[in-house]
Design a binder for this molecule. Structure first.
Ligand SMILES: [Zn+2]
Length: 238
């Protein structure tokens, strides 16, 4: 599927993630390209307060600050912190109601979130949130807003690759903003940087780019499900 993210103009984009640093890890480059010509907003469902050794309240405040700083690097207009509890994200009416509210406020043409169908993903927050976002869309529809497309990151079935080589410095800077996540126990920033480079280089090699990010794109505007199925088969074998 040929999708040129760089040509997107004047769109409203809403990314929805489970924890501070999720978006940066999977989609920082794409977000920074989109935010040049579109309004990008970010909703972060939890504060990631379980991801560190310091006290939860202190870490919560720190991670919220780090998220705002990283978002600024990527050109994100506004960050909404939904304050659900870390490691306890479940696809229940309470979460979906909140997601619907946020989507209705920002009225995005494009949503970006986790692919819930990645069976290699071990973190239930990630899978559950992706499914909750998708499951919110019927209620959004009923409330009178139609999201045109969804880009799912952390996917095993990508059909869109975005060359992010030209904005790699922003990918690095936004990830490095999450300083609370680096320690001697996990190899620190150097290890995180190595993982990011390796992942982006593997994805890039599939499309002749130095660094790339990959997504599963679902086109909701045409509702031509059969055509999309055919396209994805062609994509897999080309
Ligand atoms: Zn996460």
């Amino acid at each position: 599927m040929k999708v040129q993210i760089g040509k997107y103009k004047n769109k409203r984009v809403l990314a929805v993630v489970a924890h501070p640093d999720d978006l940066e890890f999977y989609a920082a480059g794409t977000i920074s390209i989109l935010s040049r010509s579109s309004r990008v907003h970010l909703a972060v469902v939890t504060n990631g307060e379980n991801g560190g050794s310091m006290g939860k309240e202190k870490l919560k405040a720190l991670r919220r600050r780090e998220q705002r700083k990283a978002a600024k690097v990527l050109g994100i207009k506004e960050v909404v912190l939904l304050n659900f509890r870390d490691t306890q994200v479940v696809n229940v009416p309470n979460l979906r109601r909140r997601l619907v509210e946020v989507i209705i406020v920002f009225k995005p043409e494009m949503l970006i979130t986790f692919d819930p169908a990645n069976e290699h993903e071990l973190h239930p927050d990630h899978r559950n949130l992706g499914q909750a976002v998708i499951d919110s869309l019927i209620a959004v529809d009923v409330r009178g807003w139609k999201v045109g497309e969804v880009l799912l990151f952390n996917t095993l079935r990508p059909n869109v690759f975005v060359d992010v080589s030209s904005v790699w410095n922003l990918v690095m800077d936004s990830n490095r903003a999450h300083k609370s996540q680096f320690s001697e126990f996990n190899g620190g920033w150097e290890e995180k940087r190595r993982i990011l480079e390796e992942k982006a280089a593997i994805l890039g090699s599939k499309r002749g780019a130095k660094y790339a990010e990959a997504f599963r794109r679902i086109d909701l505007s045409s509702r031509t499900y059969i055509t999309q199925a055919n396209e994805s088969i062609r994509e897999e074998f080309d």
